[in-house]
Design a protein around this ligand. Structure first.
Ligand code: ZN
Length: 247
């Protein structure tokens, strides 16, 4: 089921909570919209139709990263300007439903993009995948894709470090997000983090986990990798181990 919340008069958050769920942000300017992530085909269609009912057409789409749960239905946006990080290729062809439809706008760290009155500052934040980006929206919101992942009940997932990335890259970019002065974090999955305290805490969980895992290796007990297990979900731990330690 799709839930729609209005973060501001011209910013909508579409939330799908089933399974790992997904968050889709829609920036509105006049009768145009810029989406940040699109989910799977069914989710993308629901968002597109909801906007269309309001007379709004999607003209621009950003992908936080090229995993299918964020970008699969790219063919639904064939008439749009597609934006993503410059290192998108590693994951692109396998994770979209139309690999012939290539993104026209490849962004690098520090790029600024203006969508009507909305300002988007692009940060390259690889770790979850090599092409992951984060977006600082209107000098207020940090939209981080799957660099930090939560569920919709207040738990945090341990990170998924893609086979195309490394602990160090993931660690460095979580530390970078932690150091920024913005107090609202919108993850790719799960609840928005609305305070500096919750953002700092979530970043520290990931930093501790990655440092311990690097130090202790794949045979470390999960308890050694989590400082405070309260509210931590380890679902992606096995996948990270496979990605990072397989020969
Ligand atoms: Zn995801």
């Amino acid at each position: 089921m799709m839930e729609v919340s209005q973060l501001e008069s011209n910013i909508l958050l579409y939330t799908f909570k089933e399974g790992y769920g997904v968050n889709i942000v829609a920036l509105i300017h006049e009768n145009h919209s810029c989406l940040i992530d699109i989910g799977n085909e069914q989710q993308a269609l629901q968002v597109k139709r909801h906007l269309a009912r309001e007379g709004i057409t999607v003209t621009d789409v950003f992908f936080s990263h090229l995993h299918s749960d964020h970008c699969f239905a790219n063919s639904l946006f064939a008439n749009c300007q597609i934006h993503c990080g410059k290192n998108y290729k590693e994951n692109f062809a396998d994770n979209v439903n139309d690999p012939t439809f290539i993104p026209q706008n490849l962004h690098q760290d520090g790029d600024l993009f203006q969508f009507g009155t909305h300002s988007l500052q692009i940060l390259e934040t690889p770790g979850h995948s090599s092409g992951s980006i984060s977006i600082i929206l209107n000098n207020k919101y940090m939209i981080v894709g799957d660099l930090l992942i939560f569920d919709y009940e207040g738990h945090q997932y341990l990170p998924y470090v893609g086979a195309d990335s490394t602990f160090q890259l993931h660690f460095d970019n979580v530390s970078r997000i932690k150091s920024l002065p913005y107090h609202v974090l919108i993850p790719g999955h799960g609840l928005i983090q609305n305070s500096q305290e919750s953002i700092q805490k979530a970043c520290e969980v990931v930093e501790f986990y990655l440092k311990q895992l690097e130090k202790l290796g794949k045979d470390a007990k999960l308890g050694e990798l989590i400082k405070d297990p309260t509210n931590i979900l380890s679902t992606f731990h096995e996948m990270t181990l496979t990605n990072q330690f397989s020969v």
